[in-house]
Design a protein around this ligand. Sequence first.
Ligand code: O2Y
Ligand code: MN
Length: 600
Amino acid sequence: MIPTNNQKLINWVKDIQAMCAPDSVVWCDGTKAEYDQMIKIVVDGKLAKPLKKRPNSYLFRSDASDVARVENRTYIASKRKEDAGPTNNWVDPIELKETMKSLYTGCMKGRVMYVIPFSMGPIGSPIAKIGVEITDSPYVVANMHIMTRVGGRVLEVLGDKGEFIPCLHSVGKPLLSCQDDNGQWPCAPLDKKYISHFPDDRSIWSYGSGYGGNALLGKKCLALRIASAQAKDEGWLAEHMLILKVTNPEGKSKYIAAAFPSACGKTNLAMLVPTIPGWKVETVGDDIAWMKYGSDGKLYAINPEAGFFGVAPGTSMDSNPNAMHTIEKNTIFTNVALTEDGDVWWEGIGYDAPGTLIDWNGKEWIQDKENKGQKPAAHPNSRFTTPAAQCPSIASNFEDPAGVPIDAILFGGRRPSTIPLVHQSRNWNHGVFMGSIVGSEITAAALDLKAGTIRRDPFAMLPFCGYHMGDYFAHWIKVGTKSTPDKQPKFFFVNWFRKTKEGKWLWPGYGDNSRVLKWIFERCDGVGKAVETPIGFMPTLDAIDRPESVSAQDMQELLSLDKDGWKKELADVRSEHYPKFGSKLPKELHAQLDDIEKNL
Ligand code: O2Y
Ligand code: MN
């Protein structure tokens, strides 16, 4: 039975059914019984293994060609090429739809087509959005149960006339009669994979990949690429930011949103265990923030997701005990290694491999402690999908439909030199400038850049902005004019990754980052000690509690202004980075650049 009277939805489902020709159609209800049914299908089909050591947890191994986001197969198909901008792949939407329709025709033969109504954000929240994903993958259904809110309540809120974002997904592997996947992760070859976004009609078409953000369409596709375009038109912000709550010993709380490029420890920061007595950090979200002004002029944020899709390698009881406890049960693991006793293992889990493992390719793997060149047992991008609600540090109000009021916005990147441990912007536009120059230094020469250059990733949104990045900067500038500085968040740039010339870390990071959060908290209250410099406000030497492991001299280096380094930084922004955005780069950002350069 069709569980909705929303004619637009019913018609869309009928059209897709006619095109994709599945054997049957199932409308998902989001129940535990449905989750269990999906798991039974994949376990019976030898696509997943139950993990003896972790209740209700399963291990999947993907195809070796289907292990990560595929940026060169990801498209922003706006009507006009100039709306996608220089940092996105653009294809004419009519042409792209023709190409994809021929791939979709008959692509679900031999499979079940699942219709997943889901809410990004607490169901019914004024900041939340409804999507409907059609998929032929039970793995996707199970993951969507964890990552979003699925089911009947969503259809109730949608009602007969409500708007939803249609998200079409197929693994791109039709089955011949009586055939099954034979224990092989289904997907299409790389040149047939398409992760396509149509910002003008607010829809998503994904074909050929069953993995992560390519297939769980609520995440990067909807909550960032489509939502960012929608947010620009509607005056709000859809950002690649964690959200955390920090509480001081007096019980006063503040909320911080933070954007970092990948591999900067974003999930670790979201779940940080403070090393300073009396302070508490709680998690609201680890990846995405949707922010809107409330009637009081403050910016309120929700985490649109209900789960974490975290990178496993490097996660340990030392780096992130809260994540380790979260994944003790009810978790889907993808591409990690399997131990003999039915547990998971990965590089950087904090202990040696216990005996012979089965690696992410399904092959026997014995740890060779001498051989540094050994191929990893877990894929470097292996993942856990786990419910946010079972995270020990989850904030009790993480599902508040009104969102949480943001006091501070942080930017950061891996910057071994130049950028101090922390500095604060003078005002909103200076904060936007900080966001616009975010990046990490690349350590080994990559295809397109030589080692030591900065790979810029403005606002950590480069792969996720659904429109022209120059227009995105302009949108941020405009949002800044809609309230007053006393109510708006303050901006900070942090850098946990400074090194000495000899290559030694200057800052211990992890729980000790709470010392920097404390200064940020105090700055928001107008009491943290700071000096004004050409790059913004910097903490005085005694303003941040120094960890025992950091010498006074190293602390001085972390908190000093490297004038020559900054001159080079700004020259790079002026000659290499900003020209990419052409005439769309807002004049306010040029003015910031001119000002800082002049003051240096
Ligand atoms: O989207 C993917 O499949 C992997 S990338 C990812 C996953 C979770 C959170 N963030 C990211 C990212 O690349 O920022
Ligand atoms: Mn992310």
